[in-house]
Design a protein. Structure first.
Length: 372
């Protein structure tokens, strides 16, 4: 078996530089052989600093010329995911496609069917489930800490849309949806990972901050929501509230907060992650009185630094090789890995339901959309 996996990357953003290239540099099984991006200068600068041999400005050319590629990592705005993933899978490559998988359910379903038909390895990286806090919560809930789940509340407060400049993330023609797809996709995934499938939901969305009326090419575009709330009922009977906002005043560290609350017949769990230093879980089982800290077990930390959330994040995704490293090893071993394209498709269905619900002001049963 070949020991390394030959990878191509599409995109040259801050996220490629902050997440993917350091994680791949720390992964002995990974060999990044080519990078494609529209901005050649930026792509060359990244390639030089990370030792990537070849740079392209066209994905089709990269796929045609790089005969040894085994996988493509697609880290570009949402509207490009479908076509790049389709081209890569047509060549039999494994694909890691950033969330949200595409801009709508129909195109996501076509990609998932193609992946299935061709038997390619896929990943849609819902980053937050890899963090020690999430993995400990998952374990506590699976081990019955809450007993029968009654209630869940996941809140994601961020501040990156408080200024009104043009951002592709709030351009419906490129992003599909606004904060729902950008942050809601993460928390819908976590919600189902913790509590199982959502059966029905009701969403409300708003655009609070007026945005530039024209895109960078001077054309008008459809602006989309910067704030949303999803109420849902899980198949297990529990109720949930998922709140995502990109317009909160959060002015420290990573400028975001993740606040989780879980209630069940036998207990309560709280998570607070401020993305600076705080990454805490507290809980109480019935009869124990007030909430008390539940330290994350050492085998979950596995030596990751705990002084700042960002250092934990770096160690989890780089030194420990979660997510990106997991994907590379799955491609090498030709075995499936989660979260995969089917998990991405599931979230696209939930997003479609939330968008429909917000637009029509009504409750949407997932079975309605699954049947269509
Ligand atoms: N998993 C996570 O936590 C996480 C975090 C950040 C971003 N993302 C996802 O990554 C993707 C990219 O987001 P970002 O923050 O890097 O965006 P960004 O706006 O910072 O960068 C987008 C990159 O794509 C390039 N690009 C734009 N249009 C293109 C096209 N038509 N073809 C090829 N390249 C093109 C740009 O030049 C730029 O390099 C999005 O799908 C986003 O949701 C996920």
């Amino acid at each position: 078996m070949k020991k390394t996996v030959s990878l191509g990357i599409v995109g040259s953003s801050w996220w490629v530089d902050a997440m993917y290239l350091p994680a791949l540099a720390a992964c002995p099984e990974a060999e990044v052989t080519a990078l494609s991006a529209r901005n050649e200068g930026r792509a060359r600068a990244l390639a030089d600093s990370w030792g990537i041999p070849r740079v392209y400005t066209d994905v089709a050319a990269m796929l045609a010329e790089e005969k040894d590629l085994q996988a493509l990592l697609i880290i570009t705005p949402n509207h490009t995911h479908y076509e790049y993933a389709r081209m890569a899978m047509e060549r039999g490559l494994a694909v890691l496609v950033e969330k949200p998988l595409t801009v709508d359910y129909d195109s996501a379903r076509r990609l998932a069917e193609m992946a299935e038909a061709r038997g390619v390895i896929t990943m849609v990286p819902f980053t937050y489930r890899f963090m020690p806090t999430s993995r400990y919560l998952k374990r506590l809930i699976a081990d019955g800490y809450l007993g029968r789940p009654y209630h869940l509340n996941l809140r994601y407060y961020a501040n990156y849309a408080r200024e009104g400049q043009y951002l592709w993330r709030f351009d419906g023609s490129l992003a599909g949806s606004g904060v729902l797809g950008d942050l809601g996709s993460h928390f819908l995934h976590l919600a189902e990972w913790f509590y199982g499938p959502i059966a029905e939901l009701q969403a409300m969305a708003a655009q609070h901050v007026p945005r530039a009326s024209h895109n960078e090419a001077g054309k008008p575009y459809p602006p989309v929501e910067d704030d949303a709330i999803i109420n849902c009922r899980f198949a297990n009977g529990a109720l949930g509230v998922i709140q995502v906002s990109a317009v909160c005043y959060e002015d420290a560290g990573m400028k975001m907060q993740h606040l989780f609350e879980f209630h069940g017949a036998d207990g309560t769990l709280y998570q607070e992650v401020d993305w600076v230093e705080q990454q805490e879980i507290r809980g109480a089982r019935v009869g124990e009185g007030g909430l008390k800290p539940l330290p994350i077990p050492e085998e979950i930390w596995a030596g990751a630094r705990q002084d700042t959330v960002h250092n934990s994040y770096r160690d989890v995704f780089r030194a420990q090789g979660h997510m990106v490293g997991d994907f590379v090893r799955a491609v090498r071993d030709q075995r499936r890995i989660r979260p995969d394209i089917h998990d991405g498709l599931r979230i696209q269905l939930l997003l479609e339901a939330a968008i429909l619900s917000a637009r029509e002001g009504r409750l949407v049963r997932l079975s309605e959309l699954e049947a269509s």
